[in-house]
Design a protein around this ligand. Structure first.
Ligand SMILES: NC(=O)C1=CN([C@@H]2O[C@H](COP(=O)(O)OP(=O)(O)OC[C@H]3O[C@@H](n4cnc5c(N)ncnc54)[C@H](O)[C@@H]3O)[C@@H](O)[C@H]2O)C=CC1
Ligand SMILES: O=C(CO)COP(=O)(O)O
Length: 343
């Protein structure tokens, strides 16, 4: 298959930037939105609501009908906020064909179940359409919509247990803008996609407190150590933590002013109430959504994640941002690696 019929479930920054890219690669694209108003505005303006007004190609269909976005599609991409992935999988289920490949570009961990986003989709579909066992692919990595929408070269990962599906997604979506690598470590890739947003909040809080590059580098590096500890306790591939979905995405999210999580953290660090900061960013802050599941997983697996825990204490109001630093810096001193100087 060279040209595919692609449904995109979600009309936010990332959904529209991906839709634009898929259309550019010659695919037939339909974008679903929850909002009639959004559909009308996009049809009228043909502009993606991002800085510098990237164009939304005229051949991209826009709809509020889940059926239109899912029926007769080769690939359906879920890219809503993590809060809506389960309900959208349930709504999409009746219209999915037996061979439709499902891609999830949403980054998150579900509160309560601690499921990754591809697990949410697979679990929901198995309830609604148990006869359907679709291939599900996680698409993750350093990929700000603000840059992809202007054709800036970007590398991401397509991770799946289904090798053929990962290879097909790689072939369909790679081009001169996107280079897609494959991975079979789906859980590792998805854990990183969710947790890096929490670490980016920490980097933002540090910036908001007036700290500089040293603090960011420390949080990024020790944040990767937290992700690696949790991931390897789950049996994930240690290589994943050096890859695009972990180190790559954390560098982007924690260092770029495009980042919603970084900007939100920065406002929290400078003393703004969390709700106000979220409103001011005006987009989904997945680090906040992922926090409960990240902490529950770390407790269940008895993995220390001091940065994530401190972000939780700050956003819940238990610790003031200006007190968080001393608490983190004053922790028991230790070796950087696990085995230094030990018998
Ligand atoms: N913005 C970016 O550069 C990137 C975002 N992502 C991930 O993609 C996901 C979406 O992010 P953005 O597009 O930035 O979010 P956004 O804040 O721009 O858009 C919100 C998304 O949620 C959907 N939504 C809102 N209300 C809904 C409802 N009631 N029912 C169903 N869907 C609803 C919208 O259609 C839209 O897709 C997140 O998980 C994010 O981490 C991943 C890579 C890059
Ligand atoms: O995941 C992203 C980039 O790869 C987007 O991160 P933000 O939500 O922080 O903007």
């Amino acid at each position: 298959m060279q040209h595919a019929r692609v449904g995109v479930i979600g009309s936010g920054a990332w959904g529209l930037a991906l839709a634009r890219l898929f259309s550019r690669e010659g695919h037939e694209v339909t974008v679903w939105s929850e909002s009639e108003q959004t559909v009308e505005r996009l049809r009228e303006t043909r502009v993606i609501p991002l800085p510098n007004d990237p164009e939304l190609p005229a051949d991209i269909a826009l709809t509020t009908s889940v059926e239109e976005a899912c029926a007769d599609k080769d690939v359906v991409v879920f890219v809503t906020s993590s809060r809506f992935v389960r309900s959208m999988a349930a709504q999409a289920a009746p219209f999915l064909g037996p061979k439709t490949i499902l891609v999830c570009a949403t980054k998150g961990l579900e509160e309560g179940t601690m499921d990754t986003m591809t697990e949410v989709i697979a679990n929901e579909l198995s309830k609604v359409r148990p006869e359907l066992t679709p291939a599900v692919v996680a698409l993750s990595g350093p990929s700000h919509a603000e840059e992809v929408a202007f054709d800036m070269p970007t590398c991401i990962v397509a991770a799946s247990d289904d090798k053929d599906a990962a290879l097909l997604v790689q072939r369909l979506f790679s081009g001169d803008v996107l280079r897609v690598y494959t991975s079979d470590d789906v859980r590792g890739v998805e854990l990183c996609g969710a947790i890096k947003n929490v670490i980016a909040l920490a980097c933002g809080i540090a910036r908001g407190l007036g700290f500089g590059d040293n603090s960011s580098a420390a949080l990024i590096t020790r944040g990767i150590a937290e992700m690696r500890r949790l991931g390897t306790a789950f049996g994930c591939d240690p290589e994943t933590f050096f890859g695009l979905a972990c180190t790559g995405d954390l560098v982007v999210t924690a260092g770029s002013l495009h980042s919603r999580n970084l900007r939100c953290g920065k406002m929290i660090g400078s003393g703004m109430p969390v709700d106000e900061a979220v409103k001011k960013v005006g987009a989904v802050i997945e680090g906040l959504n992922a926090l409960p599941a990240v902490l529950e997983l770390s407790q269940r697996l008895r993995v220390e994640m001091p940065i994530c825990e401190m972000v939780d204490r700050v956003v819940s109001g238990e610790v003031a941002p200006e007190d968080a630093t001393a608490l983190l810096m004053g922790r028991e001193l230790k070796a950087e690696g696990p085995a230094a100087y030990e018998d």
